[in-house]
Design a protein around this ligand. Sequence first.
Ligand code: FES
Length: 577
Amino acid sequence: MKKSLPKKHLRSKGWFADDGVHGFIHRGWLKNQGWPADLFDGRPVIGICNTWSELTPCNAHFRDLAEAVKRGVWESGGFPLEFPVMSIGEPLMRPTSMLFRNLVSMDVEESIRANPIDGVVLLMGCDKTTPSLLMGAASCDLPTIGLSGGPMLTGRFRGQKLGSGTGLWRMSDDTRAGRMSREDFLAAESCMNRSKGHCMTMGTASTMACMVEALGMALPGNAAIPAVDAHRTTQAHITGRRVVEMVREDLRMSRILTRKAIENAVRTIAAVGGSTNAVIHLIAIARRIGVPLTLEDWDDLGSRVPCLVNMQPAGEHLMEDFYYAGGLPSVLRELAENGLLHTDAASVSGHLIGQHVTDAPCWNRKVIHTFSNPFKDEAGIAILKGNLAANGAVIKPSAASSHLFKHRGRAVVFEDVEDFNSRIDDENLDIDETCIMVLKNCGPRGYPGMPEVGGMPLPPKILRKGVTDMVRISDARMSGTAFGTVVLHVSPEAAVGGTLALVESGDMISLDVDRRDLTLEVNEATLDERRRAWVPPPTPERGYAKLYVEHALQADSGADFDFLVGGSGAEIPRESH
Ligand code: FES
């Protein structure tokens, strides 16, 4: 028998329980969709926040997923109402989807707060759709549950696995080096993305899906079930059931997103070899809910955690293999058994996170390794500091070349991404494989929006020598599917006058990953002289880009807007009628 509803905390009553003109309007207009009168009897209204869009291919199946969520909501006695928010997909949006992450978070926050919603289901998939929805929902702090859309099936080309992103970057390098024909390159285009779903490498989308599950913000199994597997529909169905229970229990986001949950996520992201983008997004999410999380925490908590998952871009396999091997619960069990998981952290399931993973099986140790036989010894994010990055920079050692961990080289500077694009293929570019490539003005305010251009492709003349990696430094981000000895997120960025802005071609730079050091070998007097001569880049004159440049924080603070940090709860706005 169903528990009676604790109606006192239902926000939706503020809209539907009135017998005057306001209640008439709120109920009456919704009835144009044919809803019977008894649906307004005080049952939980569940908002299904949908990032469906045909322009976001990774989320294009979300209307089907929403229908499965609704089945579960109805079954548990809730009233589901689906609503759209701006959908930001990686493949098509210009100049970069990251420019719009904060905008979507505002859309989500204001849509939830302004409407008669008691609990929320977040439908998330493509990279930025996950952090933006979590950020917006966290600022409202209602009972909220996440549901990822699931990865695509394994890509295959001529008998080989072809991982989204990772395979493309490799083939692009092969084509530029003359090892692959343009015809073969284009033939692979139809073989990479075989099904609905998001990128199936351990890129940013898969990292975000793992993060959501490790945070306890989704039901167990959320991260790895392929988008087209029937179990994904089942996951959506039981997610719908569960969110109604969460409203009854008043299980709000702030009870899930604790410091323990955040620490679990940092270590999990290390154990799966997750994307550097997670650093920025999780810091932004934590700051919305009021949990302190710093760049240093990433190094302290995660940098010594071994990589347990053999997946592209660091390894060989893809999300479908990860799912068949046991998925994230199996990784969380390894962390728990080695004292690296707060097993008493809460979860949207109503159980502690540890209860989900105690008996989690692993079916394939070639994909999910043990602590005693890890895939890579140290996998987490390393945070570099020095005069070139006073507030920090990020490198992912597991995706880098160990022979470059300690390297001193001559800087070859590109002032911005246009400068890079115009000169990188020039056979006369003064560069060799010992040089350090430096890209400026691609940070949060510089581009604006901090695009994924930090994994700069190497010059063709160097690729032809068989060299596959060089040290690269920028204030940009890098695709989670990319790899290499790439120093990212340099803060302060060049566009606000950070030391990065002062680097000149020919300067010497030293990188020492073990000592966490990034130093520009130019004396302070010379830097002062260059600083006085520095001219800030022009800024946008109107529109959202202007708002962004005026309010985006630096990467080490999550690149959120300064006025969005924190939350405002879910207070009902003043009635407008
Ligand atoms: Fe959407 Fe990779 S392009 S997840």
